[in-house]
Design a protein around this ligand. Structure first.
Ligand SMILES: [Fe+2]
Ligand SMILES: [Fe+2]
Length: 234
């Protein structure tokens, strides 16, 4: 089996193949992680935001579309997908921790370094093991179908960390729509707050607080946790 890193677009199944799309995002992520490591702590928020916007919909769509297929077509699909679900879970927990950590928190550099490490491990596990195994198990046309399905789900997936939501269906499928709507509204609001000369605009900040509380309520609903493998949480 050859790693995705060593295959060209044609070998990966063409432009629309899920493998080509995955590799493209992984290359983008690698660039952003290098940029993050080269940026001073005080100026990292923008790069971090770009990383979150890339990583969360990407992983959510993997969990909703790709890993269920791997569990069906590979005899060891359960163990393989559990490993990457644990990595995704750790990313969600690390980002949640970072978001409530002031810049001067002494634990921040260690938490950030661990985030970069887990994200890189996740890419290696997918490119070197899981996705080549998928490639060997399904016909080329199926890679295109999965690419289209994965891309469709990715475009409407949540854009933020949700560590309490199941990493498996049906919980993650139920959570997808409401959390995606709330996350994308919060993203717009963040954008408006940053572009506002008076960043303390009471209206915008109140709307932000309401949406944050709503996201918290929605992700805490018991059906959103259904389907989770108990070993996902270390
Ligand atoms: Fe991926
Ligand atoms: Fe992943």
């Amino acid at each position: 089996m050859t790693s995705l890193a060593e295959q060209n677009d044609h070998e990966l199944g063409g432009r629309l193949s899920v493998l080509t799309r995955q590799k493209r995002d992984h290359v983008k992520l690698d660039r952003l992680l290098s940029e993050l490591m080269a940026t001073d702590l005080a100026d990292q928020s923008e790069v971090l935001r770009d990383i979150y916007r890339l990583v969360f919909p990407h992983a959510f769509a993997e969990e909703a579309v790709l890993w269920p297929v791997l569990r069906r077509v590979l005899p060891d699909g359960q163990e393989l997908t559990l490993q990457v679900e644990r990595e995704h879970q750790e990313v969600n927990e690390l980002v949640t921790a970072l978001e409530s950590m002031p810049l001067e928190d002494p634990d921040r550099p260690t938490t950030l370094a661990r985030l970069v490490e887990v994200l890189r491990e996740d890419v290696r596990d997918e490119e070197d093991v899981l996705l080549p195994r998928l490639q060997a198990a399904v016909p080329r046309a199926r890679l295109t179908q999965l690419g289209v399905a994965w891309e469709g789900v990715r475009r409407v997936s949540p854009t933020r960390a949700h560590p309490v939501v199941a990493r498996r269906p049906p919980g993650n499928s139920l959570a997808a729509l409401p959390l995606s709507v709330i996350d994308r509204l919060r993203d717009r609001l963040d954008h408006a707050i940053q572009g506002d000369p008076d960043r303390n605009s009471p209206g915008l900040n109140k709307a932000n607080r309401i949406l944050t509380a709503l996201a918290y309520q929605v992700e805490g609903l018991p059906p959103m946790r259904r389907g989770e493998h108990p070993a996902t949480h270390r």
